[in-house]
Design a protein around this ligand. Sequence first.
Ligand code: 8YV
Length: 330
Amino acid sequence: MNTIVRPRILVARAIFPEVMDKLTQHFDVEANPADDLWPRDELLRRLQGKQGVFTTGGERIDAALLKACPELRICANMAVGYNNFDLAAMTAAGVLGTNAPDVLTETTADMGFALLMAAARRVTEGEHFLRAGKWDRWAYDMLIGQDVHGATLGILGMGRIGRAIARRGALGFGMPVIYHNRSRLPAEEEAEVGARYVSKEELLKTADHLVLVVPYSAESHHSIGAAELALMKPSATLINIGRGGVVDDAALAQALREGRIAAAGLDVFEGEPKVHPDLLACSNVVLTPHIGSATVPTRKAMANLAADNLIGYLTQGKPLTPLNPEVIPA
Ligand code: 8YV
């Protein structure tokens, strides 16, 4: 009698039970229900003999890991960003990488706007003030901030999420929208999202609210540092929903402390989950723990997409959102 050998996969973090159920219909699954953060050597050990791994963005997949796990064929990230993957090393090793694009675009754009509004209108600062029992009278300048409607919205990084933010600003808040990106959008796309292309310098000098949606890479490291912050208006706000490391957090804290920009809203940090102590000490920054995609429907859609990539590739050779399709056997 023939026994069908099912592919073996590792799910590196705890995920939705229904997604685990779907995976176990197709694979022998080693899971992590306790949601432990496995040290690298434990991840390597658990990956032995596995053909696939479900990652969530925190697990580094590089040449050394791939060499130590020769049976691995696919790493499916439950994130649109994949700076945890050394994609060149994966391609060289013939290992497929997949990410989770599109399903989180609108949710993450909502979060960008939430941070923008909270920072500009000093929402969390106001709440802390109230809870601390400091609200004992009206004052003409109590917690006055900056307008969002009609102000100039700047966007650095005009991918899917950048375009969704542009649409919100232009259509919902009557904001003139300017952007800078490595490559300029075609004219019809610019018109559709209501955005005008400018140089990075003009973006920094002109934006009232600047939203960063840039992936992290050696090239984007500290794209916003002391020199860039110095170009911004003292009334401006800076929002980062892209990746930590795109902003020099120490330089930003100094600019906020010295009032060289008005406020910031940050969902991502250099070296997260640690947050620079100087940022923690600033009252004019809204801080959230990397929750840009954290809604029930969106996190379920991301987990399902990662699972469907594993199922599609390991059972039929057909992943949904491959990053290096050149490794897929013809
Ligand atoms: C993820 C994200 O939740 O998709 C991304 O790139 O930043 C978030 O939506 C996070 O990366 C999981 O680690």
